[in-house]
Design a protein around this ligand. Structure first.
Ligand SMILES: NC(=O)c1ccc[n+]([C@@H]2O[C@H](COP(=O)([O-])OP(=O)(O)OC[C@H]3O[C@@H](n4cnc5c(N)ncnc54)[C@H](O)[C@@H]3O)[C@@H](O)[C@H]2O)c1
Length: 312
């Protein structure tokens, strides 16, 4: 199949590109290597046709005209909650106007499906008694980022009704693994792995017992691959079904690295939730997908990646 991956130079997108190429698909990438994102030229697979381009740019139509993608995996985004609060205009421009520009090209050049990277941020601060989150849980986003991701889901439904463009919405848990930007705000595993390897202090907010559902990036990439031709016009939660606390991540990572780090305690960050994990039965039943990489394995792969990077 001919697939376009937006954000394909970024953390998750580059793993999606790897999985697509390994499965024999033809892949092109659109990414503007935004300075505050995780996009890096060295993440771009040499077999992918790369276009350094903003998804808001009208030249996107020329990429569609040339590449004629059948399916688009749309991962390009402004994905920082903090940045979305500080600059909601940029957030809406990239996450909404960029999406609309993409959808218009899909219609004009007869792409037939979009696989969309949505987020747990669309649920907002769901209370612990609502856990596990599933596809039917009420979505009540509390940040511009969560709002633009939820609005994107609605745009996809509208585009299906109005123009017949299929979609699959994948709502990811907390994705981690090699190539995650250790300078990003959400990548606690990347941040901890790098700090522990370097012998630097780690910061633990709140009491460290807050739990989230951490899913390994190759499992997420495989969900994108499966969604190329399954799960049309449906939403799926893509995570492990288990919460892990920040303290537990710290313990696992120090055991893997074989060294402790100084812990600096800090208060709760605004918007942090105490318990969040998913029910992924729908993905298992309808996509035949489930997370395969255990937390222990995934953390090991991640530490190996950062160790080899630091030795470069
Ligand atoms: N990392 C997570 O845990 C997580 C969880 C849920 C959803 N997501 C979503 O998954 C997607 C990928 O996230 P990631 O963690 O890999 O982040 P990332 O920053 O590594 O990847 C995003 C990519 O989009 C590119 N980009 C940003 N603005 C662009 C623009 N205007 N035009 C073209 N390209 C642009 C960046 O250069 C980057 O390469 C995002 O849509 C994000 O919202 C991520």
């Amino acid at each position: 199949m001919n697939v376009l991956v937006t954000g394909g130079a970024g953390f998750i997108g580059s793993h999606v590109v790897d999985a697509l190429l390994a499965a024999g698909h033809r892949v092109s990438v659109v990414d503007n290597l935004w300075e505050h994102g995780g996009g890096r030229m060295e993440n771009v697979h040499p077999q992918a046709q790369f276009y350094q381009l903003d998804v808001r740019d009208e030249a996107l139509a020329q990429v569609f005209e040339r590449e004629r993608p059948e399916v688009v995996c749309h991962l390009a985004a402004q994905h920082s909650v903090k940045l979305s609060i500080d600059d909601p205009v940029h957030d809406a421009q990239v996450n909404l106007l960029g999406l609309i520009n993409l959808l218009q090209s899909c219609t004009r050049f007869q792409a037939h499906k979009v696989v969309f990277a949505s987020s747990a941020a669309t649920y907002g601060e769901a209370p612990p008694e609502w856990m596990p989150l599933d596809e039917g849980t009420v979505q009540s986003p509390r940040s511009p980022y969560g709002i633009t991701k939820l609005a994107s889901e609605h745009y996809l439904r509208f585009w299906k009704d109005e123009h017949g463009l299929d979609f699959t919405i994948l709502r990811y848990g907390n994705v981690y693994g090699p190539r995650q930007d250790p300078a990003g705000e959400a990548g606690v595993i990347a941040i901890f792995a790098r700090a522990i390897l370097l012998g630097e202090p780690v910061r633990i907010d709140w009491d460290g017992e807050q739990q989230k559902d951490y899913v390994y990036v190759q499992d997420v990439a495989r969900a994108n691959l499966i969604a190329l031709d399954r799960g049309d016009d449906e939403v799926f939660c893509i995570a492990t079904g288990q919460g892990s606390s920040v303290n537990a991540l710290y313990r696992h990572l120090t055991a893997i690295v074989g060294r402790e780090s100084e812990i600096v305690h800090a208060p709760k960050r605004p918007g942090d939730v105490y318990l969040s994990y998913f029910d992924c039965r729908k993905a298992r039943e309808q996509l035949g997908w489930q997370a395969e990489v255990s937390l222990e394995e995934g953390l090991r792969f991640t530490v190996d990646h950062f160790r080899s990077q630091l030795q470069m």
